[in-house]
Write a protein that binds this ligand. Structure first.
Ligand SMILES: NC(=O)c1ccc[n+]([C@@H]2O[C@H](COP(=O)([O-])OP(=O)(O)OC[C@H]3O[C@@H](n4cnc5c(N)ncnc54)[C@H](OP(=O)(O)O)[C@@H]3O)[C@@H](O)[C@H]2O)c1
Length: 258
């Protein structure tokens, strides 16, 4: 904070770039999103549950345009502190990518309430928490972009993923309701639905299962985190100013028709 108070918002088209917050920006899809925005001239805050100083700016991005923050989205106090840190450094968040997510796969008959609760709390309630906080300032700015990272799993409903599918389908309903609530202020709210993307999350499934899933992808390969980041970047761009409430699959055709 300066003597004059928190940083003023830079405004659209500002040379300083927009203020972007990516939850779960430490690795996988979130890290690729953080890199995408930073390389397109924005200032990017990326969160991790671990120590913030373990996160380094994406290659080629100067330190002053990257803000690593420790934040567990299941903790309302940490979420508030994360937004406070961004606002103190750069001003209000103009683009939110609600990406943080986990899996705790098991068949419903074996699924304890803890595995249900943890996944819903991180993937759905955590996304609600950060979106609510971001929107409170975007309403005053009369602009903003929110992108939720859902999954093709929301629509397919793979066995073992009742908790995950529920959380990711929940994001779609939440996004559409929120999109209508904030549209008059020129804030858009959209969803990307990745398919099989090469990250730690898919790595945990094992090579054989990943190969089986990739075998069902019409484009014949797994997606990269960068494939998803490009779609997120588009939905947050000026080119997507008239797009709100959509679900954009980024899945090589895997979920086509669902
Ligand atoms: N990979 C896929 O095939 C795929 C497909 C469809 C959708 N998705 C979705 O894409 C998103 C990113 O997945 P990914 O594949 O990149 O996973 P990943 O490599 O496992 O990364 C998960 C990210 O989420 C963060 N995270 C987890 N729990 C958190 C919490 N409670 N609070 C804050 N951050 C938390 C992690 O941060 P730290 O560990 O650093 O704290 C990490 O940055 C998830 O929402 C996932 O469901 C992935």
């Amino acid at each position: 904070m300066t003597a004059a108070g928190p940083a003023a918002p830079a405004g659209p088209g500002s040379a300083a770039g927009r203020v972007v917050l990516v939850t779960g920006g430490s690795r996988g899809i979130g890290a690729a999103c953080a890199a995408w925005f930073a390389r397109h001239g924005d200032r990017v805050a990326a969160t991790t549950r671990g120590p913030a100083d373990a996160l380094r700016p994406p290659a080629g991005v100067p330190e002053e345009r990257f803000l690593p923050i420790t934040c567990d989205v299941t903790d309302p106090v940490e979420v508030e502190a994360a937004f406070g840190a961004v606002e103190e450094r750069w001003g209000p968040v103009e683009v939110l990518v609600a990406n943080a997510g986990i899996t705790k796969d098991m068949l419903v008959v074996r699924m304890g309430e803890d595995a249900w609760h943890d996944v819903i709390e991180t993937n759905l309630t955590g996304a609600f928490r950060v979106a609510k906080r971001a929107v409170s300032k975007m309403l005053r700015l009369h602009r903003g972009r929110i992108v939720f990272v859902s999954s093709v799993g929301a629509f397919v409903g793979l066995p073992g993923q009742a908790n995950y599918a529920a959380s990711k389908a929940g994001l779609v309903g939440m996004a559409r309701a929120l999109a209508r609530e904030v549209a008059s202020r020129q804030i858009t709210v959209n969803v990307v639905a990745p398919g099989v993307v090469e990250t730690d999350m898919t790595g945990a499934l094992g090579e054989a299962r990943v190969a089986e899933l990739v075998g069902m992808v019409p484009l014949g390969r797994a997606g990269s985190p960068e494939d998803v980041a490009a779609a997120v970047g588009f939905l947050a761009s000026d080119a997507a100013a008239y797009i709100s409430g959509v679900v954009l699959p980024v899945d090589g055709g895997l979920g086509m028709g669902l």
